[in-house]
Design a protein around this ligand. Structure first.
Ligand code: HEM
Length: 339
């Protein structure tokens, strides 16, 4: 197959894979600290208010969806998280998530009939996902369910058949960080950016770069408090705002920068990301009654790549898989059923 730019190539077996994945993910959701948590990214390290402002100069080709109006600002809610399905000490190696929800967004949603007025951007602090396709991820997840030997067997399978992906997973799961406000974040998976539909636009990835003069040195994570990332975030925002540059990276080569393989890095030297917006997380006291109320609200909220305008429709197999999986995880949380 010779893939073309800005196109998707769904696997004919995808519907079955999605069904299997939903069952596997929901089956693992157990109550932690008194309630059913997200299937992954269970632990929040902060939930804050921000403002997302479109730059004055956005290239014409990117002026779609929320980027169509220069200088427009959207109120935003941002949830920082550790990606594990368990609530664990922050000193454990893990991917770190930043989920951004823009509010007061007008336009046609990617999933018709949802009536949501938001645009979400879900990112982690690593540019690639360790699995290429739904088929590979579902296979790995399935092996992991083997009683007693699941984790080592799944690791062995990955080592044997997808050694490069095992290396990515090891790198991600080995990462320890000092402050979620000082990290770079990437969408990892691609999105449409163009008029609603499948023509006249392009496939892009997103990334965010923090504006930091000095990065906090990493202490000895073994002797840090379990929630030191929340403390670092709270401490900074008491005296200093956090600013991120939001960038769009267009697909310029359909083979070297695939839409259907999230384990491949889109080389930022080959296709330079273009800044299109600024996310400002202003000074705030996340430990105040108001800050705590927002954190509580955030635990009930639903972030998803599919909470999107049609102009920002998620693309590629991993994103198509995510559509049903996030809804299922959110439904189980909302039902508060402990079964
Ligand atoms: C590039 C790939 C991916 C990225 C960047 C990503 C990022 C994230 C982030 C940041 C969150 C936390 C959202 C929040 O704070 O509420 C999240 C949640 C979640 N992710 Fe992903 N994710 C990816 C792929 C996947 C895949 C392949 C699956 C499974 C098929 C998955 C399943 C979930 C689930 C179930 C949740 C919790 C949903 C909820 O209950 O609200 N993710 N993801």
């Amino acid at each position: 197959m010779n893939p073309e730019l800005n196109c998707e190539y769904p696997d004919p077996d995808e519907a079955k894979l999605i069904e299997e994945m939903v069952a596997l993910v929901v089956g693992r959701m157990k109550p932690q600290r008194g309630r059913i948590r997200r299937a992954v990214h269970a632990k929040a390290t902060g939930c804050v208010r921000g403002v997302f402002t479109i730059r004055e100069h956005v290239p014409d080709t990117f002026r779609h969806g929320v980027f169509r109006q220069p200088k427009r600002s959207f109120p935003a809610i941002v949830r920082f998280s550790n990606s594990s399905e368990m609530i664990a000490p922050d000193g454990n190696g893990d991917a770190r998530g930043m989920a951004i929800k823009l509010l007061d967004v007008d336009g046609t949603p990617a999933i018709l009939g949802t009536g949501r007025r938001c645009q979400d951007f879900l990112t982690v602090n690593h540019p690639v996902f360790p699995f290429a396709t739904p088929a590979e991820y579902v296979k790995f997840f399935g092996i992991r369910e083997t009683p007693l030997l699941g984790a080592p067997l799944a690791g062995a399978w990955l080592a044997l058949f997808h050694y490069q992906h095992l290396k990515i997973a090891a790198e991600i799961l080995g990462a320890i960080v000092a402050n979620p406000l000082e990290l770079m974040y990437w969408s990892g998976s691609p999105y449409w950016l163009g008029p609603a539909g499948a023509t006249g636009g392009q496939a892009v990835k997103y990334s965010l770069v923090p504006s930091v003069a000095e990065v906090t040195p990493l202490g000895d994570s073994g002797s840090m408090p379990d929630d030191y990332l929340s403390h670092a975030l709270a401490h900074q925002l008491r005296s200093r705002e956090a600013i991120f540059e939001f960038r769009v990276q267009p697909q310029t080569d359909p083979v070297a920068m695939p839409v259907e393989d999230t384990s491949v890095n889109w080389d930022e030297e080959v296709s330079k990301p273009v800044p299109v917006a600024t996310l400002t997380i202003g000074m705030q006291d996340v430990t105040s009654a108001e800050g705590q109320a927002l954190a509580e609200e955030c635990e009930e909220m639903a972030f998803s790549p599919w909470n999107a305008l049609a102009e920002h429709r998620p693309m590629g197999g991993i994103n198509r898989l995510r559509r049903a999986v996030y809804l299922a995880s959110q439904a189980k949380r909302a039902a508060k059923s402990w079964g």
